[in-house]
Write a new protein. Sequence first.
Length: 133
Amino acid sequence: CAVSFVLDELDEETLARVVGFINYFGVPKGSVLRLDDSEGLEIDLPVGSLEGTCLSIEAGQDYDAALEADVSALVQQVEQALGEDFRLMTSTFADDQMNIVIFSPSFAKGAPVVQALAADSPLFDRCEINQVC
């Protein structure tokens, strides 16, 4: 994912505001803000403070409306439990597996919430939880 900003001038105060803006909306640790000037100089600044918890759900061949409803309910419970600390969620479905990545300030904070909610879900026997970023 790329986001572009065009600034007429770049001073320390403006740069601090741009970095603060990016971090406020939430980007994963290890992300980079690349600055290009008119002379072709590139500078990469580290940004990001969030860690990802990946909830992998083995869907098999029976991915249907009922399974989708269970996944949706679990995601809503995670959102509610993490509250303001919940920043971003992405999901992918490939090879009969659904991966839901939930970003929060730390894996240590996000993983127990996801684990506890998954344990109460009908999906628990299909779930695996891992850290990303």
